[in-house]
Design a protein around this ligand. Structure first.
Ligand code: SAM
Length: 256
């Protein structure tokens, strides 16, 4: 068992034993947004999704493979053999290495503090040029025009955005026609009993893991936003904690 999983188990035991105290602390933290942001940032770092996880990394690699064949809808970019990609919830940029060469990146994160580390990591990636970093929620991309980007990417973000339906609609709006949304997310179990356990843990989990929704299903949300074609590759990450073990690598296509 690696250190992160061990710590995670201790944390969960603590969580369920001291529920009333934790709920109170959670509500008090809500009264101090800056303190809350710092607290959750350090919590997230402690339980960071382990990038040594080979299954997850191979799924990530496979998911982004088709980006290599992407042709931009923007004539100027096409002439330069470049593509414009938007990634929201980019954090420190764990997907940068998987982008094709000549990627023009629009980086979105609700947390402005990630920019510094992201810029450091971008220096190591010659394949990516940052067009702009925008500190905003992906539920409001009104600063970007309609059909502006060739592809949209997010990994381990959709679970914790403020409004999943609005985010899905905004992603569809900024994507070019025929463009694809690539995502890698922890989701609900297919097994009904396990999904029920996720559902039981959901309220506390959401309070303590920065709005993260346990066991949700991305496909209906994307379909209701108008994505016609949503394909999912479901897999279990054995190294992850039981509650966030089921993951999907998915591609949603904007047809109209
Ligand atoms: C778990 S981290 C994932 C970071 C990175 N994508 C990765 O896979 O390592 C979630 C990130 O999403 C960002 N985030 C949360 N809600 C967001 C929203 N509504 N819009 C944009 N970013 C958001 C957080 O600030 C954080 O950087």
């Amino acid at each position: 068992m690696n250190r992160a999983v061990f710590l995670f188990n201790i944390y969960l035991s603590f969580l369920f034993c001291f529920t009333p105290i934790l709920i109170t602390i959670g509500f008090v933290l809500n009264l101090f947004p800056k303190l809350k942001a710092k607290f959750f940032a350090s919590l997230q770092r402690l339980f960071e999704i382990n990038s040594d996880n080979s299954l997850l990394e191979s799924k990530r690699k496979k998911l982004f493979e088709p980006l290599k064949n992407l042709k931009s809808r923007d004539k100027n970019l096409r002439d330069e053999e470049a593509v414009r990609v938007l990634e929201f919830g980019i954090g420190h940029g764990s997907n940068l290495a998987y982008y094709p060469k000549n990627t023009r990146l629009i980086a979105i994160d609700v947390d402005p503090l990630v920019e510094e580390e992201l810029l450091k990591n971008l220096k190591k990636c010659e394949n990516v040029v940052l067009e702009k970093f925008i500190a905003t929620s992906a539920s409001d991309l009104s600063m970007l025009p309609f059909e502006f980007v060739d592809a949209v990417v997010c990994t381990h973000v959709f679970c914790c955005v403020d409004n999943q339906k609005l985010v899905a609609k905004e992603v569809k709006r900024v994507l070019v026609q025929g463009g694809k949304f690539y995502f890698l997310e922890h989701v609900g179990y297919r097994n009904k009993l396990y999904r029920f356990i996720q559902w039981l843990a959901r309220p506390l989990w959401r309070l303590w893991f920065n709005n993260c929704r346990l066991g949700y299903r991305p496909k209906p949300i994307l379909q209701s936003a108008g994505f016609a074609d949503v394909s999912l590759d479901y897999f279990l990450c054995k190294e992850h904690h039981f509650l966030i073990r089921p993951n999907v690598a998915g591609i949603a296509t904007k047809l109209v």
